[in-house]
Design a protein around this ligand. Structure first.
Ligand code: GDP
Length: 448
């Protein structure tokens, strides 16, 4: 019987920014995520559609959602729906108004809706960056709520807004925590139509009956437990979400809420792609959110029965290039419909799960770090000081967290950190899992 690790993974509260279009939701969102740009945004040419990002607000980890970045095809700019969804899924809301437009009927509606919902909300009037504009704030008293004047663009009042928001978030201790038991929990994620439901059915070996949620239930992630070759698995699936209405379903599928919840509940995720299509921003966003949360990741290219060998090779090479920042993620090819490649999928899931829980011995780690250091010591730091690494040890698993003691961690270039991570990965197979490598300052000690 596998060793049971009882640990818990903390969930991050979700904060949604809502309001009419052009009130400045994206500007505020960018201001709040600050320098923590998601990987998606570092891609050249990608400037729009930043919808979800992890951030730290006054020391609290949160997931921020900018509802304004979403467009829903023929559903149009249906604010009602965005807000309804935000209120259902988020732990707290930031409601944004625009001092230039003044207080409009839609703003009254929004306030009424939020008040009725009972969800904690901070009301913020944006674009207040001059005395003249500040005079228009009186308009907003008729909303009957306390509001905070800010300028997202100029960074005015942001502190006041976050100070007000912070106490509204669930206490870290009250929040759901995920118990890490021995079961292998994996989530099937990806864009609509890539074949998630088909894959889930193939994996389970039967057509999973759609769970029809009671009216009012808000479950957006469905778990199914099963046993295979004596191992317990739990498949976490966003595809099986019961469709309440066509519009809502579409929004829900694109919104990312379901993906975040699924990532939170999983040990590892399988990001499903369609072999006929390229990797999209949404795929990248999902992968970076999973990596950021320290979950194992596997990329699954589905529908290979529909492409030629040559096309598949091209897709795989594009995929590798786009996901260069996650080179540790295994890439599998399969056909969910024809049920080919499923054995390989299970083997990989089990391997990544094992790596995720991996505990390296201190001796082993120090040997790896010492060998890497000898082969390539870091360049001299400030004042021609030799940067030394003293000692390495694992400080936790799920995913592996490794600390390395160093006389001048601040001077260690990012390239050297990457080099050490590569050295560790080359020495011990850690495919599919992000490693948390941290350097702490230590002035004396032994060289590993
Ligand atoms: P989901 O929205 O990601 O859950 O996608 P579905 O599982 O509903 O699949 C979308 C469509 O792709 C359906 O018509 C499936 O039959 C088809 N599909 C899924 N996997 C495969 C595959 O491996 N090969 C082929 N040819 N079609 C597939």
């Amino acid at each position: 019987m596998a060793k049971i690790q009882r640990r818990s993974l903390k969930m991050k509260p979700i904060v949604a920014i809502v309001g009419r279009s052009n009130v400045g939701k994206s500007t505020l969102f960018n201001r709040l995520i600050g320098s923590r740009r998601s990987v998606v945004e570092n891609q050249p040419g990608v400037t729009r559609d930043r919808v979800v990002a992890d951030s730290v607000i006054s020391g609290r980890d949160v997931t921020l959602i900018d509802t304004g970045g979403m467009t829903f095809g023929d559903a149009g700019d249906d604010i009602e729906m965005q807000v309804r969804l935000a209120v259902k899924e988020a732990d707290a809301i930031v409601a944004l108004f625009d001092v230039v437009d003044g207080c409009l009927a839609a703003d009254h509606q929004l306030v009424r809706f939020l008040k009725r919902s009972g969800k904690p909300a901070v009301y913020v009037v944006n674009k207040v960056d001059s005395e003249k504009r500040a005079r228009n704030l009186v308009d907003f008293y008729e909303l009957g709520v306390d509001f905070i004047p800010i300028s997202a663009e100029h960074g005015i009042g942001i502190g006041d807004a976050t100070e007000t928001l912070l106490p509204m978030l669930p206490n870290a201790s009250e929040q759901d925590a995920l118990e890490v038991d021995e079961s292998i929990r994996f989530a099937i994620l990806g864009r609509p139509n890539v074949g998630k439901s088909t894959l889930v059915n193939s994996v389970l070996g039967y057509e999973r009956v759609m769970v029809s949620a009671d009216p009012g239930t808000t479950r957006d992630v469905i778990d199914t437990n099963f046993v295979r070759n004596g191992r317990r698995y739990q498949i976490i699936d966003t595809a099986g979400i019961r469709r309440r209405s066509r519009v809502e379903t579409r929004i829900e599928r694109y919104s990312g809420y379901a993906s975040i919840r699924a990532i939170e509940h999983a040990n590892l995720i399988c990001l499903v792609l369609d072999a006929r299509e390229g990797v999209t921003e949404q795929d990248q966003r999902i992968l970076s959110l999973a990596i950021d949360r320290g979950r194992g990741v596997i990329i699954v290219m589905n529908k290979i029965d529909l492409v030629t060998k040559l096309e598949l090779e091209q897709r795989l090479s594009d995929c590798r290039q786009t996901f260069a920042y996650a080179a540790f993620a295994p890439v599998l090819t399969l056909s969910a419909l024809r049920r080919t490649g499923l054995e390989d999928l299970f083997r990989t899931i089990s391997m990544v799960n094992q790596n995720w829980r991996r505990e390296l011995t201190t001796t082993q780690l120090n040997q790896i770090v010492a060998a890497a250091y000898e082969a390539h010591p870091p360049k001299l730091g400030k004042n021609h000081r030799q940067i030394k690494l003293y000692f390495a040890a694992q400080q936790g698993s799920c995913p592996p967290k490794i600390i390395v003691k160093c006389n001048a961690p601040g001077q260690l270039p990012a390239s050297y950190r990457r080099y050490l991570e590569r050295a560790i990965r080359n020495a011990v197979a850690l495919d599919g899992v992000p490693i948390r490598l941290r350097f702490t300052r230590d002035i004396k000690g032994q060289t590993p």
